[in-house]
Design a protein around this ligand. Structure first.
Ligand code: ZN
Length: 70
């Protein structure tokens, strides 16, 4: 069985989860700025305002189906 060589310290574990944990405690998910319109959007999601993802237009804003998260 593959085992970790060293125990993960409390500090290291806390560091790893700090960002994600905060996001879930605040109940909004991870927020980043949209690269196109610079609004706060969820990370790794198509921007609900301008429909851009990864610097290109993926969905036209008027024909988006999912409601804006964030
Ligand atoms: Zn945007």
């Amino acid at each position: 069985m593959a085992n970790p060589k060293k125990k993960t310290s409390r500090s290291r574990k806390g560091n790893r989860y700090s960002k994600v944990k905060m996001a879930f405690q605040n109940n909004h998910g991870l927020l980043v700025h949209c690269g196109h319109c610079n609004k706060l959007i969820r990370a790794h999601h198509v921007c609900p305002y301008c429909g851009y993802y990864d610097g290109r237009l993926v969905v036209k804003p008027e024909e988006k189906k999912e409601k804006p998260a964030a």
